[in-house]
Design a binder for this molecule. Sequence first.
Ligand code: AVJ
Length: 332
Amino acid sequence: MASDISSLLTEDRPSTSAANRARRAAEVASFAEAVLDGLARRPRSIPSRFLYDAAGSALFEEITKLKEYYPTRTETKMLETFGAEIAEHVGHAVILVEFGSGSSRKTSLLIDGLPGLDTYIPIDVSEDFLVEAAKRLSRKHPGLTVRPLVGDFTRTRTLIGAPRGAKLGFFSGSTIGNLTQEEAKTFLENAARLLGQGSTFLVGVDLKKSLNVLIPAYDDEDGVTAAFSLNLLSRINRELDGDFDTTTFAHVALYNADKGRIEIYLKSLIDQKVHVLGRSFSFAKGEHIHTENSHKYSVSEFQDLARSSGWMPVTAWTDEDDLFSLHLLRLA
Ligand code: AVJ
């Protein structure tokens, strides 16, 4: 059977160039609102999802290859090692729904172990990434129907065009760590509604660990993570007529033990005034903009969170160095 990529679908309208323009305009408007609000607030903060424009996504790809950044390679190896065990639990799945288009390598490993799979539905806000990933996956897995869905996966309400059958959700890379525990709970509840009764959910979650390992993963020697953070200011310059001098801000990564998370900030190195969309913002030397959180969970902490969101923990796998965990959840 020939593989097929159905045309890109959004929740409310088909993909046309007019719809794409409208979507892009809406994205810039929501970025503008978030930046103007976030810079006026104290403490200053900008939601981390805005880190991932084309330049930011490319820099994140570089991060995943750094020697200091253990999550991607550890999770990939775990999918190889535990693939057969995972398949024992989810082998009945007909439809794979991926939240946030991860690296297609990880997804491919999962698909390889599930011969009963009929349809793959990747959900992502970035249409370009989605199209690329869909093409790659479709080529690699002839016979698999790929139905990409453009949208914010935390808000997806329906799976347009999904055939009937058991669904397996996949949320890899510890992307769930970007969400606060409250947001993560809401996300897991929404995912339960979206996937429906009898479904299973495979979630990659970064573990708590020694700061000697954790901090360098978010503040690498070559400054790739710093460049990834600072790209947010360059994006403001590009899209919102900003005049940030990125050489006067520094990337800061620290571990907040109370909240069990890495917190990332951009710190002003001097007293300065910056303009965005005609508005002016003063920064004192040492003042921060909070740009990202990356929550870390013990196995039991995440299982408690899953239970509180209506999911039943089935199994959790960890690697031999206890760096990363894969959780299998089931909906009763
Ligand atoms: C994509 C959210 C999983 O938290 O490890 C990596 C993002 N930011 N380095 C993470 C990130 C800086 C990453 N996630």
